[in-house]
Write a protein that binds this ligand. Structure first.
Ligand code: MN
Length: 205
């Protein structure tokens, strides 16, 4: 288990074929204002890769873009709506097809309203992750070891979570509905970027 740190792009050929877990760290929650600072990616084999973008980056990142845009590679997120919007806005790619552990959790863990990554990892996998570095300065030219560990832990468990969540989606007959929600997610992210961030266009009001 190693955390690999890269500047401005992923090296070619470092990921095994198949699904990849993806997360982003930004300067804040308003995508056009708060720049993309780090993209984390893992093939689920035990290593995590962090790609850091400097202030003023051109976000060229051809290797990372190719992985994210690859239609043969499923991208696993937790609350992918935010990450997909950030990746579209800064890297110019629709990082799909998509699986979102938060949506799966909402569809299947109807006995709770706690759908955060920390809670999911604790209940489904019996592991503990710290969210202490969540709100920190990701634009800092020198990321701390704590920041790197935190960033890596956000993609470390998504493959295992998907396996567990899929068992429950199958059991309760909600896999098809989940898949329809995952397929819609890039469009939900596009609505966020296009000016409907908080408005539910399905709502009567
Ligand atoms: Mn994160």
């Amino acid at each position: 288990m190693t955390v690999h740190f890269h500047e401005e792009d992923l090296p070619a050929g470092v990921l095994a074929p198949g699904p990849v877990a993806v997360d982003t760290e930004t300067m804040g929650l308003i995508t056009p204002r708060d720049r993309l600072c780090v993209v984390q990616i893992s093939d689920g084999k035990g290593d995590e890769h962090l790609v850091r973008f400097a202030a003023g980056s051109d976000y060229a990142a051809p290797n990372l873009r190719a992985v994210l845009a690859d239609p043969e590679r499923l991208k696993l997120y937790h609350f992918g709506r935010f990450d997909i919007a950030a990746l579209k806005h800064y890297l110019g790619v629709v990082a799909a097809p998509v699986y979102c552990t938060k949506i799966a959790s909402r569809l299947i863990r109807t006995y709770t309203d706690r759908h955060g990554l920390k809670e999911l990892v604790r209940e489904l996998l019996g592991q503990d992750i710290s969210k202490q570095q969540q709100s920190s300065d990701w634009g800092n030219p020198t990321l701390t070891d704590a920041q790197k560990d935190y960033a890596a832990s956000d993609v470390r468990f998504l493959h295992a979570l998907r396996t567990e969540l899929n068992k429950r989606l199958e059991r309760e007959g909600r896999m098809e509905l989940a898949q329809a929600c995952f397929d819609f997610l890039p469009h939900r992210a596009e609505l966020d970027l296009a000016g409907w961030p908080e408005i539910d266009i399905f709502s009567h009001m």
